[in-house]
Design a protein around this ligand. Sequence first.
Ligand code: ADP
Ligand code: MG
Length: 370
Amino acid sequence: MKWEYGRRHRQATRLRRRFFFGILLVAVILTAVYAVMRSGSYGFTWAIPKLPLGFSASQADEDSKESSRSEFLMDTFVSIRAVGPNQEQAIEAAVDGMRRVESLMSRHIPDSDVSRINEGAGGEPVKVSEETFYVIEEAVKCARLTKGAFDITIGPLMDVWNFGAEDPAIPDAEEIEKARSLIGWELVELDSANRTVRLPIEGMSIDLGGVAKGYAASEGARILLEYGISHALIDAGGNIVTIGSRSDGEPWQIGIRDPRGESIEDTIGPTLSILNGAVATSGDYERFFIYDGRRYHHILRPDTGMPVETARSVTVMAKDPLYADMLSTAVFVLGPDEGIKFIETLDGISAMIVTDDGSIVFSKGFPKMH
Ligand code: ADP
Ligand code: MG
């Protein structure tokens, strides 16, 4: 009996010990995963840093009238908060609409309009949806206005840099030159009567990464409005659009992420009060790698083939999220001096730039204090 008791006791102790080590192991793994995510040193865009200040579970709980939802789409986190009749269905429909935009404009989805245009490069014109045609038309206008600083035919260059790779590296000069020779927004053939797009040279490709999330956000907002939603905020990976005010009547408060902040909650510059408007930030911290102490990131200069080095982030305020998204990328490439001059030629649009040395410059009309 004694022996029996001893064995059971030993077994129980062993079980307890295993249980304890199991818990410890899970805790260590969770901490490690959290640390990797916080460091932002891997592939995808982490959207929480760009959520508006004051957005938290507790606030959403307090405001029981509000529904919210978060989804991973267009390679980023999209969150929607809405108040109004049928708000759950409205959010559902908005997410579906945004997914549809992704299925048209992603170049990683095989049958998307953009994939078909790219596969057809050097061949026949490709018929596309009205939406894709509109976005490409707007992007080409922006290319003209920025003299090619913003250029959606950047596809081949994005491919050689391949920031999505597990172990991205600096491409060699030859590869960059070859990719650069395939860039040229002026070559894009748009036929509005037949709604077709043609890239004349095989190997050319378009990449709507600098504008499609903004368009998707506007589509999401359009659908919410159709459902009669009166208060909403959509954040598509840092591309924010709002409908009305918050449900308490106050404007939405949007913090701008500090591009070199330790914490994802660190902000820089003013807190923006937004009513019925859009704001987008493009940053060198979204997709990047560091090599030999230098940062290489996903916003590229079509003229040199290299990442832009004159800014850390650009925030643009506009009525339409498509413009906020497109222009934040465009101004990033233009750089602080030209970028601010350019923005000041546009009505109702303003920008804030965090330059390469960390100082902040504002265009006219950007709210500096709040
Ligand atoms: P994010 O996608 O991180 O929100 P942006 O809106 O600034 O950031 O878009 C960056 C994306 O724009 C890149 O991932 C690429 O798809 C595209 N892009 C990069 N350089 C250019 C450029 N010079 N002109 C147009 N699009 C660009
Ligand atoms: Mg953009």
